[in-house]
Design a protein around this ligand. Structure first.
Ligand code: MEV
Length: 434
């Protein structure tokens, strides 16, 4: 079914989506053919249908299920195709920020993204090597033999088109460290490259004439990066309070400059990027800790901690780019066992691990753009409080059609207390009866 749906071009612009009830949103995704009826129904089950039995097989000592909201960010076009982007996160405003920034990019054609080949790297530490440079030379001379040996430990990956691609040897003081670069296709690849590291270690120690130390992947997977970019015509950045889009673009560039000069700001800037990236990775049951670790190591690769993005003005457009290592997966692990992850893969029509990486990077660039635009103009709180007001209104019993009215009143009064919201809801009901 998803293959049939895939052929239908559909829009990621679902106007008024945020004003619908949860059930109406599911219906809308079915109506717009993003979801099948069957999948939409599975969303009605707690934790998207993940059973305690499934959970017990995923991790140890399970005592229950811990749920997070599953949302979709809208308005995303990535490499020319509209996508709805599943996101799972506890922090309010992130999904709204991603959707509103993605909408700005549409005027410039949406996001583009390109990915490296899905090559993950493992490290083998060799100790007590009497002559590290000579050991390095002997290992490099045996490269063809070692790559073939590496492939012999991962025959199923080789069958899927992956396998060992290259080998490097680094001498770090008294240590010899061997890197094996392995194409892991649509897997995250940790198990695959760890198997290679453990399998090759003895032969490497023999060649180096040393002793085996650690054998493990590196999360600085810098041969597996994704870059996402966008070009926002400056007029798209204008708002009621900031009608000069070129001014807003310059402010965003000033915010970028702050992050480039100051690690205290860069880390918060990058947190705003990871708001989008991680929310996507969590929805897809991916190892977001690995991507986080890799992202921050990449940000510090030059010796100083720097922003992951770049923003600049080019002609009449604000142009942005985000590059980070992205070890994603669409097979094995949660993709096999978690029904919510299967649903996310289907909903977003994800075709490969790299495709997922492209979506995550686009989401990260979007949340960063939203943060910089808000911070460099009206400040972050106004948008947050507007969303907070909507939540207070809904919790006070406002009908979906009344939420915006009640929220606007709360915002105008600068009072977000539930008691006040309940009074406004009661007044509206009174007016309706009169
Ligand atoms: C909050 O989750 C993220 C921001 O702090 C990001 C930033 O400051 O760029 C708003």
């Amino acid at each position: 079914m998803s293959r049939i749906l895939n052929r239908v071009p559909r829009s990621s612009r679902l106007s008024g989506f945020h004003r619908l009830t949860v059930q109406e949103r599911r219906d809308k995704l079915v109506e717009t053919t993003w979801l099948t009826d069957e999948r939409a129904a599975s969303l009605e089950q707690p934790a998207c249908g993940l059973s305690e039995h499934d959970a017990d097989a995923m991790i140890e000592n399970v005592v229950g299920l811990h749920a997070l909201p599953l949302s979709v960010a809208l308005n995303f076009r990535v490499n020319g195709a509209d996508r709805v982007v599943p996101m799972s996160v506890e922090e309010p405003s992130i999904v709204a920020a991603a959707s509103s920034a993605a909408r700005l990019t549409l005027a410039g054609g949406g996001f583009w993204a390109r990915c490296d080949e899905p090559v993950l790297t493992c490290q083998v530490q060799l100790l007590d090597v009497a002559d590290p440079e000579a050991g390095q030379a002997r290992i490099l001379a045996a490269k063809p033999e070692l790559l073939a040996l590496a492939d012999s430990f991962i025959p199923r990956m080789v069958k899927r088109g992956g396998g060992a691609r290259d080998l490097e040897v680094r001498v770090l003081s008294e240590l010899v460290v061997v890197h094996v670069h392995v194409d892991v296709r649509d897997a995250m690849g940790a198990n695959t490259v760890n198997t290679v590291a453990e399998g090759l270690a003895d032969r490497l120690a023999e060649l180096a004439r040393g002793r085996v130390g650690l054998r493990i992947l590196t999360n600085l997977s810098d041969r597996r990066k994704v870059t996402a970019g966008c070009r926002v015509p400056v007029e798209a950045l204008a708002s009621r309070d900031f009608p000069d889009g070129a001014f807003v673009a310059r402010r965003v560039v000033e915010a970028q400059r702050f992050a480039e000069l100051d690690p205290y700001r860069a880390v918060t800037h990058n947190k705003g990027v990871m708001n989008g990236v991680d929310a996507v990775l969590v929805a897809f049951g991916n190892d977001w800790r690995a991507v986080e670790a890799g992202a921050h190591a990449w940000a510090a690769r030059g010796g100083a901690y720097r922003p992951l993005t770049r923003w600049w003005v080019e002609g009449d457009a604000l142009v942005g780019e985000l590059t980070l290592p992205m070890a994603t997966s669409t097979v094995g692990g949660a993709a096999r066992t978690h029904p919510g992850v299967k649903l996310a893969l289907e909903l977003a029509h994800v075709s490969s691990a790299n495709d997922l990486g492209a979506l995550a990077a686009a989401a990260g660039l979007a949340t960063n753009l939203a943060a910089l635009r808000a911070l460099s103009t009206e400040g972050i709180n106004r948008g947050h409080m507007a969303l907070h007001a909507r939540r207070v209104a809904a919790e006070a019993g406002a009908a979906p059609a009344q939420v915006a009215v009640v929220a606007a009143q709360l915002s105008a009064e600068g009072c977000y207390r539930p008691e006040r919201a309940r009074v406004i809801v009661a007044e509206l009901a009174e007016e309706a009866r009169a």
